[in-house]
Design a protein around this ligand. Sequence first.
Ligand code: SF4
Length: 366
Amino acid sequence: MERFFAETLGEKRFRAHQVMKWIYHQHVTDFGQMTDVGKALRAKLEAHAEVRPPLVQFDKPSTDGTHKWLLGMDSGNAIETVFIPDKGRGTLCVSSQVGCGLNCQFCSTATQGFNRNLSTAEIIGQVWVASKHLGNKTHLHRKLTNVVMMGMGEPLLNFDNVVRAMSLMRDDLGFGLANKRVTLSTAGLVPMIDRLGEASDVSLAVSLHAPNDELRTQLVPLNKKYPIEELMGACVRYLQRRRKGESITFEYTLMKGVNDTPEIARQLVRLMKQFSNQLQYSDAAKVNLIPFNPFPGTRFERSGETEIRAFQKILLDAGVLTMVRRTRGDDIDAACGQLKGQVMDRTRRQSEFKRKLEQQGVSDAA
Ligand code: SF4
């Protein structure tokens, strides 16, 4: 913005700060309303720029306070963004791509195929829409306290745009969030985890879902390219760059009879312990257990409450910090792994999935 003001408009750099505050702190998109900006500059801005947030196609509140927006990105594509309020915090789950090409087997987004990466503006625009709706006041009255890059898409496959958008989330002239309150979640793109460590210092979450390669490759096909040992190596390097005591969250979706047995829980304990030992402090790894959220046509089922508790107990008894994520927003299909949006599929995965559903006699209601 400073460069745009200096080089394109021939204005002082601090003018960029004024305009950023109007956009991100006051949610003002009309240059005419930016009252501390002189008339001449306002006219120049109108001639050279526009502030255009994503189009809200619909917004849907859940009975539990969760809120989902379907945001139009262009004529054929829309993505979903979800706000999850909790005691003392409000977390926004943000998308990075239209659809996703990674095909994790338990994920609804994967069935939609992939169209394109979102631009920096389309990513930060999701935060802007939620912030405006919530009446969020940066530095004064925060309703939006955390952002997780955990919506549709693999953020590390859209590296530059995601890193730039995450900078705006943390900048004082943007949404002013602390580094550790912005989390990027990846399915495990090892070289890009290293690049992220060099470029940014946000929190990292890894979609693990299985503690051995055989099972993980079935659930997260990317594991074939970057197996668990390499993935854990990248996670160790990521934390070594950061302040001692910080942790990585390993996301683990629990599916009945697939990855929820006591034997698999013990394998997970060994993997997490190994990880913490390499960093030489306990709690370098946190495990987030997510009861699977079903969607039409999936072959998986949610683990039973008894199995979930037993799985958690094995981890906790071994000293691994483990939370069970409460399912939120499932009455509006906003729960983890359920985001779908509207994707002009370029991978033909959507039509294959629809064919499979028809063969099973299931109609895709979503
Ligand atoms: S879980 Fe994430 S990375 Fe895997 S297919 Fe779904 S959106 Fe893509």
